[in-house]
Design a protein around this ligand. Sequence first.
Ligand code: GAF
Length: 382
Amino acid sequence: MHDVKVFRQMHRQRFGADPMIFAAPGRVNLIGEHTDYAEGFVMPAAINFATLAAISPRSDGRIAIYSENQGEEKLFEGVQRKGTKQWTDYPMGVVAILAGEGHKIPGFSLTIWSDVPLASGLSSSAALEVATALAVLALIGASYPGPALAKLCQRAENEFVGANCGIMDQFICVNAQPNHALLLDCRALSYQLAPIPDHVALVIANTMVKHSVAGGDYPTRRRESEAACAVVASHRPGVKFLRDCTLQDLENWRAEMEPKSYLRAKHIVSDSLRAEAACRALLKGDMKALGRLMAEAHWSYSKDFDASCAEADAMVEFAQDLPGLIGARLTGGGFGGCTINLVELKDAPAFAEALGARYAQRFGIVPQIHVCHASAGAHRIE
Ligand code: GAF
């Protein structure tokens, strides 16, 4: 139902008021995985899947949130201070952070609808947070610059939802540009846009293995990598994050690290370098170099970071000899979710079909495969 008229009507019928409507996209990360919380580089793009949020004021001071996807409406007496481990934590987390920033939050009704696939590593959570933030900010007549808005939504996820994610997802959701990837320096929160050529499609292949940032593996990898950073920091006091470490540092003090920690850190330090190199390749139009970097990134993520699974590795392998492939890798937080395949646009439909068929034959599951393009960041829909 990506029909805004139908969505507007849905809100009107339920809440009896004409809403303002906002859209926030999902994202795919082209390269740079688990580097954001290490203050390194990432290079995501927004995709043409989105969460819509419709908002209108209420006179009873309450907060009503209806999700068409969940088929459920929740009514709150006002801003909640703590999460309840339900889907409402994402929108309510944003509201709680805004209230904590000193904004007076009036009663409102919010309708949510999304076609960003859930639990697939395409940032449905960030899309929900950012759509809510834009809606509530418009209601109270406030606004934030892009990077600050992204930080605010990240805080909702860290502090209210309790998922220890970095800044990538919220940042790209807010700041994306159509037809561009964005190289983000997660320390400075500054970025460079790199055009994705017209002849290249983003083919996203869902392994159908569920992914979650709130689950155990994501924070475990984060802890393991940070332990290696602490070893380097004990020798070089200026070091705070893996962003400050070189590959040589990791080699120098490898003997003092748990073998796992060394490998996790090696992935992060090298993937951050690869993200910068991938941006240079994209700016030069050097698709061969970009494809090579994506392949290296996948196997680093799979073997050194141990964040892949048999299904994702196979999805990447099945893509290798298909006509039109530029590069393929597992994207997002890991342990399932989707692969991103950069594919020549003219070959994309046949590529998607052949990849799906190979995967279905091997695993007995028909994967969802989406031929996407890089899309705009979050915005109001008039
Ligand atoms: C998830 C997190 F939310 C991001 O912050 C990032 O760490 C990503 O996994 C891995 O690159 O999407």
